[in-house]
Design a protein. Structure first.
Length: 92
């Protein structure tokens, strides 16, 4: 059996360590249109802005967690699957 190990660049590793001093996988910091920063805890509702099967455009979904890819891209975990955050608008 072979295993493939992905080595994360050191600067990405440091970034993630620093980020998790502020947030975790169960909350997100959101800048409101007023400039106020608000922490939102999972689960929270989002509206899908695009069709990304099995999710439908304009559908409302519940985010169970927030994760980060190895390329430092945030993803929402919805029903056990990861979706890029830019597919959604947060329902506040």
């Amino acid at each position: 059996m072979f295993f493939i190990y992905t080595i994360m660049p050191e600067n990405a590793r440091r970034y993630i360590i620093e980020m998790f001093k502020i947030v975790d996988t169960h909350s997100i910091l959101v800048v409101m249109h007023t400039g106020e920063i608000r922490r939102i805890y999972c689960p929270f509702s989002v509206i899908c802005n695009v069709n990304v099967p099995p999710l439908k455009k304009d559908g409302e979904y519940s985010v169970d967690a927030i994760k980060m890819t190895l390329k430092l891209e945030d993803v929402f975990i919805i029903n056990g699957r990861g979706y890029f955050v830019w597919y959604f608008s947060i329902k506040v």
